[in-house]
Design a protein around this ligand. Sequence first.
Ligand code: C5P
Length: 205
Amino acid sequence: MVIAVDGPAASGKGTIARALATHYGLPHLDTGLLYRAVGIGVLRADADPADEAAALAECGFSDALFHDPALKSEAAGRAASMVSAHPQVRAALLARQRDFAAQAGGAVLDGRDIGTVIAPDASAKLFVTASAPIRADRRHRELVKLGLDVQFEHVLHDIQARDERDSSRSAAPLVMADDAALLDTTDMGIDDAVQRAVALVEARI
Ligand code: C5P
């Protein structure tokens, strides 16, 4: 069983994907971490995330990098969103994600193109979204909890810029798969959103 969870930044898709993985006893991959790892690699190399060759050179990172708290930063998210627009970067990270999805017993993956590109034959696909101000509020709280001093307006602006970049790029843009179930979490607490997600998956498997 493969469950694909896609959606924009801070929509709740990561929390929902982790909860589904626990519920069904499946391994989970947050694919945003791969792009964040490349983004951080580029920033640490003092290179430009808009430079495709420089980004490609950072695609050989090890899984150990996933535990680096710097991946959670806004700078990493911004760099991730820039490097993820490069077709060669997406191609370089494809096998890693497909292998994860293909493991015996199944998996849960969350990202932007899981249901459309990585696992088009997934058993269940969810597209999780919420209004931009609600997503910015959630992300802002997360960052404050991490001890970062950031303004809400800055986070909102960043989320809107990221939505625009992720949706308008030509390589695997953020679009809902035709056969995905839409889950709008704007007016839901996380517990309700998870319950609803399980019900939507149950209806599809
Ligand atoms: O989900 P997260 O905010 O960690 O993702 C960071 C960036 O990585 C996104 O803004 C998006 O540009 C990119 N990404 C992607 N495809 C995925 C996962 C993330 O393009 N499957």
